[in-house]
Write a protein that binds this ligand. Structure first.
Ligand code: WT7
Length: 580
């Protein structure tokens, strides 16, 4: 049984090699995430164990064993190889949370290509930006989503093949390939001999400026993902685990595929819209024991109240965790009251690949705190002015980590300068390999926090203008760029405004070009115009028309000023909001 001592003990005797013991991985075995999550589990004698319990719309169910994962993922791997895909090339997975997504993810990795999962609700422009940036070679999608690919394929010179892996094969275009893996399982596939530094998964994330950036991960990330899954999510052999995240986002791959399956644990996936009742029913039906979710969902569950909880038998649950946004103390206290278990907050990012600051099973929980740095992670708070690590508890500064943890991103695709800018202390020409091993540097996350006298970290807010809506990061620049393309709009500023469920939703301030007046018609027209360009998550909930936007002396829009007004916060001395 874990207790507070175990966190300290694990910290003292820590080495990432412990991950190898936890996984039962021996030196000389191939280090390939695809194989580690399927072939290796079968070799451990767990081929007949359930790997995936899937439920779709209308209660449709499918179950796959680890042996099914093995032969079907090899089916995808062989298919891609035969198609001419080479190791290191990018294969996009653009599907709902269907079994094909999870299994093809392993297949792509098994043959050495890079898996680039994208959220299926993305519109064609969001998709285009990410496929173009990555020079994606092949896209695996479904009959339902192929239409979006058709709209943009002519603008994607690197895209060679469009493959439909699910749905009705009729009425596809000549150049589109239909592939049903169930007809083509492969028994013996020679897995690509990847190594620690071989690229594995590519996720896109948003920043304040420019288009989304591709954070490239490597096969060696598995040490971090497996160990945090074991120690923080506390997954054991007989658990039934449910991660509610979509693999279009990093939580859905690091902890919705790699973590649980590398440990040979059964997991459930629910691919239907959210209702509290449906979620409780799913936990009850599948006897879920460990549940990893997000504050937005938890707030929705809270809103639907305790009476609903009582209608279901949730007694199988033994451990809950959360990620993506600040988990308010009310949510922790509420969950302890109604489920008998607190949600354990975990902090990390697309770039970190795995949990960095976490509550630890058995460790005293301080509701509202993110917990402590995971053993093996050296975290600090950097002074907002000097960038030096602070020593005084309670001082607010930048959350930072010493480089070198296994699941750390290795680059932003084609953006070495932005990658470098994330490391405090980096010399002007430092390149990714040194940046990620130089222990004198600090990787800065873009968030502000403080630690208390017991070493617990308390989240304060983003240090930049990135908007966190329901656990998804949205860059203001993407929204503003889409808006100013509209003929009526002169300038635009996007900020997050408070929202009871999503924490923040997008609000935009716009100035209009001469000859345009605010009206309902114009608003509808603007909304329809940007809907095509933005992901649904980035759509503004409110447009405010203004004569003028506040700016710095050098002409940068002062989003923070607008945000302070919106949140009813002290605007303060405007000079502190000047250029930085
Ligand atoms: C950003 C990373 C990898 C998790 C999914 C989101 C915010 C994440 C917490 C938390 C407060 C949090 C931060 C972070 N965030 N976890 N426990 N408390 N904020 O991955 O899209 O890369 O977002 O989400 O702002 O930097 P992501």
């Amino acid at each position: 049984m874990s207790n507070i001592g175990s966190y300290e003990k694990r910290k003292e005797n820590f080495s990432w090699d412990i991950a190898k013991q936890v996984l039962g991985w021996k030196q000389g075995e191939v280090l390939n995430i695809g194989a580690m999550c399927s072939d290796r589990i079968c070799a451990q004698g767990k081929g007949d164990k359930k790997a995936l319990i899937w439920q779709g719309f209308g209660g449709k169910q499918k179950t796959y064993t680890f042996n099914d994962l093995r032969v079907l993922s090899s089916g995808y791997a062989k298919f891609l190889q035969d198609l001419g895909v080479k190791p290191g090339e990018k294969v996009c997975l653009f599907m709902d949370k269907i079994p094909e997504l999870y299994i093809s993810f392993l297949g792509v990795l098994k043959m050495g290509a890079v898996a680039q999962p994208l959220f299926s609700a993305f519109g064609d422009e969001s998709l285009e930006v990410r496929l173009f940036s990555a020079d994606t070679k092949v896209i695996l999608t479904t009959r339902k989503h192929v239409k979006k690919v058709r709209k943009i394929q002519d603008r994607l010179p690197a895209l060679e093949k469009i493959v439909v892996v699910e749905g009705n094969p009729n009425k596809l275009r000549d150049e589109e390939i239909f592939f049903n893996v169930e007809d083509a399982p492969v028994e013996d596939f020679e897995v690509y001999k990847s190594e620690t530094e071989t690229p594995s998964v590519l996720h896109y994330t948003s920043g304040t400026t420019g288009q989304p950036k591709g954070a490239q991960h490597v096969h060696g990330s598995v040490w971090g993902q497996a160990l945090t899954t074991s120690w923080v999510l506390d997954l054991k052999d007989d658990d039934i685990y449910w991660c509610t995240a979509d693999p279009g986002w990093v939580t859905g791959t690091s902890y919705g595929i790699i973590g649980p399956w590398s440990l040979g644990v059964t997991q459930c996936v629910l691919d239907s819209g959210f209702t509290s009742a449906a979620w409780y029913q799913f936990i009850q039906d599948n006897k879920v024991t460990v549940w990893y979710s997000a504050p937005t969902a938890i707030r929705s569950l809270m809103r639907d109240g305790e009476e609903l909880v009582k209608k279901y038998d949730l007694s199988s649950l033994r451990h809950l965790a959360s990620v993506g946004e600040p988990l308010n103390s009310e949510a922790v206290i509420w969950s302890e009251k109604v489920y008998g278990l607190p949600f354990l907050d975990t902090f990390w990012q697309t770039e970190t690949g795995a949990m960095m600051i976490t509550n630890f099973p058995g460790m005293k929980i301080k509701p509202g705190s993110m917990g402590k740095p995971f053993p093996g992670i050296e975290a600090g708070i950097l002074d907002l002015k000097t960038n030096e690590p602070v020593t005084e508890p309670g001082t607010v500064g930048l959350i930072a980590f010493r480089p070198g943890w296994p699941s750390m991103f290795r680059e932003y695709v084609k953006k070495p300068d932005i990658y470098r800018s994330k490391f405090v202390g980096a010399s002007e020409n430092a390149m990714p390999p040194e940046l990620r091993t130089d222990k004198s540097l600090w990787y800065v996350s873009g968030d502000r926090a403080s630690f208390d006298k017991d070493g617990y970290y308390w989240f304060v807010g983003r240090d930049d203008d990135v908007i966190n809506t329901g656990g998804h990061l949205v860059g203001p620049f993407e929204i503003e760029s889409a808006l100013v393309e509209h003929e009526a709009i002169a300038e635009a500023a996007a900020i997050g405004k408070p929202d009871a469920v999503n924490m923040e939703v997008v609000k935009v301030f716009v100035t209009l070009n001469p000859g345009y007046e605010p009206s309902d018609d114009l608003e509808l027209n603007i909304m329809n115009f940007i809907r095509k360009r933005l992901s649904p998550l980035a759509m503004p909930q409110e447009i405010e028309y203004t004569e003028k936007l506040p700016k710095t002396r050098s002409g940068k829009i002062l989003r923070r000023y607008l945000k302070a007004l919106e949140w009813g916060e002290e605007v303060g001395d405007l000079s502190t909001l000047e250029d930085d």
